[in-house]
Design a protein. Structure first.
Length: 80
C-alpha cells in the first residue's frame, strides 16, 4: 500500500507543480500547490488501491461459492 501512496503523491506533486509553473506562478506558490497535489494524488491512489483490493476479494469469494455449488451438484449427480 505504501507504494500506491508514494506513486500517487509523486504524480500528484509533479503534475500540480508543473501545471502551476506553466501557469506562470511564482516558485513558492508552485511548491505550495505541489504539496497540496501530493496529498490529493496520494489519497486518490489510496482509494483506487482499496477499490482494486475489494474487487479482487469479491471475485475470489464468488469463485469459491461457484466451486462449492459445482461440487455439491456433482455429489448429488453421483448419488443419483
Amino acid at each position: 500500500m505504501k507504494f500506491f501512496l508514494l506513486i500517487g503523491g509523486f504524480c500528484g506533486f509533479a503534475l500540480t507543480f508543473a501545471a502551476s509553473l506553466h501557469a506562470e506562478n511564482e516558485v513558492s506558490f508552485a511548491l505550495r500547490d505541489g504539496a497540496m497535489g501530493c496529498l490529493g494524488g496520494a489519497l486518490i491512489l489510496r482509494g483506487f488501491h482499496f477499490v482494486v483490493l475489494q474487487t479482487i476479494r469479491d471475485h475470489i469469494s464468488q469463485l469459491a461459492v461457484r466451486a462449492r455449488v459445482q461440487a455439491e451438484a456433482a455429489a448429488v449427480q453421483q448419488n443419483s
